[in-house]
Design a protein around this ligand. Sequence first.
Ligand code: RIB
Ligand code: CA
Length: 307
Amino acid sequence: MHPIPIVLDGDPGHDDAMAWLLAKSRSMLEILAVTTVAGNQTIEKTTYNALRICTLLGISAPVGKGAARPLAGVRMNAPSVHGESGLDGPTLPEPDREASPLSACELMAKVLRESPRPVTIVPTGPLTNVATLLLSHPELKEKIARISLMGGGIARGNWTPAAEFNILVDPEAAKIVFSSGVPITMAGLDVTEQALILPEDVEKIRRIENPVANIVWQWLDFFYGFHKKLGYAGAPMHDPCAVAWLIAPEIFEAKELYVEIETQGRYCRGMTAADLRGGAAPNVTALLGLDREKFVELLREAVEAYG
Ligand code: RIB
Ligand code: CA
């Protein structure tokens, strides 16, 4: 079986880092490129974090710096969740390379053009780069096999009652992506808030005691700090769900749904509005549940592999 060629596009971000760790751990996935977008923090910080994560994890793919701001609307960051650096907690190695001279969009276009097989894009931040790619290179849409994204929430939001952060930062970009016709797997809050890594799971990772485990348990501990104050039993591993579905779709419950993105609305801008009646032709595979223990085991195995 050929490996699945993928592009990781994110705003690291503790859970983006965990998603990239999971992607690196499986030879069934071939990371062709990493691209960054502003979201959890500014584009400068998310790009610096991406370079440090790739250095730590041994991801040798080029890193393309992406959009500094959404297609429309105002910039939003999340220092309350990920800290001022966007990846607060443990000290990380300095990057072992510079970012690519190509922008995120042009790096994505290059790898799509050159890949012998269609590429899966794994966005775990706002969808600005993916929308820009679709707008500026429509001829490459057929080279996108699937978009497996973390974003949205059918039952609820997290940054507003209606909207999840990644979609809310750039609803116009999300609307372009969700209406593109490209197959989409949507790991929204419905599943990602079930994908909790509990303190006892973190302790098992801490006991692995390899160079990556020594960083990862501190990332998880920091990320849990924000969520613990909100009453969460563990740290929600939002972004790794978008990768885990590619690796082990059988541990997820999914439903084919039609999802529209609200770009207007005083209270609902950024909402992923799903047709649960089944009337409209589906445009996404929406993940609604998972086997949490099997999911956590994927992450633990990924960390252990660095032994
Ligand atoms: O709402 C959760 C999402 O927002 C995750 O991707 C997290 O990294 C932040 O970007
Ligand atoms: Ca993210």
